[in-house]
Design a protein around this ligand. Structure first.
Ligand SMILES: C[S@@+](CC[C@H](N)C(=O)[O-])C[C@H]1O[C@@H](n2cnc3c(N)ncnc32)[C@H](O)[C@@H]1O
Length: 230
């Protein structure tokens, strides 16, 4: 499936951002900004955005980073990364083609690790998700901050049902219209209703070894920002 995921993102990279903005009515832009502000509290000198895609989160981080902070963007899909390189100066962000589960960085390297709208992709099974989260934990310095922005499950049943209904009806046709790829958006829409409620994802983070885990629901819990400390 890993090869499949890489192919999916290669196929949709040219219009990936546009589809997200249309499907979320632009809210994804605001949510990334909010998560980046939460992340920037990490301070320090080295920040990593994993599964960075077209670099929107890395770009937000680079805007908030002081002169002494280096932002690194890692992803395993070259076409997605190329879109990021087209718009972000190499002086702002360093790019690294890397697999999330085996990052090419030493233990205790980063003050901050972020991931946005990609945790669903590294969650084919809970044990694999835990392996990936442990890898993020490994490269963080003690006291370092982990920030996860992801779609979530609204706690109020009616909102949860509305979200799942919207995802079933809108994601495939809109994704297909802008990218021509049915398979990609069929896969992506299937991962949203399967993802964990925020309390359960908090427990998974604690299980990985993270401390002081907390989350902020966004738009009635349609998405959530989780923050955790190593
Ligand atoms: C839905 S996109 C999210 C991109 C970006 N973070 C954002 O906020 O829009 C998921 C990204 O994760 C990358 N990805 C998925 N699985 C990965 C893995 N195992 N290792 C590295 N990158 C991965 C994909 O290539 C893709 O660029």
């Amino acid at each position: 499936m890993k090869k499949g995921i890489k192919r999916i993102f290669s196929e949709v990279s040219f219009n990936y951002e546009l589809v997200n903005h249309v499907l979320t009515f632009g809210l994804d832009i605001y949510w990334r900004r909010k998560a980046a502000h939460e992340a920037a509290k990490a301070g320090g000198s080295l920040w990593l955005d994993v599964c960075s895609g077209t670099g929107e989160m890395a770009q937000n981080l680079s805007r908030l980073a002081g002169k002494n902070v280096t932002v690194v963007s890692a992803d395993f899909c070259f076409p997605m990364m190329s879109k990021a390189i087209e718009k972000i100066s190499l002086q702002q962000v360093l790019f690294n083609l890397a697999e999330a589960k085996s990052l090419p960085f030493a233990d205790r390297t980063f003050d901050l690790v972020t991931i946005s709208f990609a945790t669903r992709n590294i969650n084919p099974r809970k044990d694999i998700l835990l392996d990936n989260l442990s890898e993020f934990w490994r490269v963080l310095k003690p006291g370092g901050r982990f920030v996860n922005l992801e779609t979530s499950q609204p706690s109020v049943k009616i909102f949860r049902r509305l979200l799942h209904f919207y995802v079933r009806r809108a994601v495939k046709p809109v994704g297909f219209f802008f990218t021509g790829s049915k398979a990609a958006y069929s896969y992506l829409s299937s991962t949203i209703p399967r993802f964990y409620p925020p309390e359960e994802f908090s427990l998974i983070l604690s299980q990985t070894g993270f401390k002081r885990v907390y989350f902020r629901p966004l738009l009635f819990g349609v998405s959530a920002i989780h923050t955790a400390i190593k």
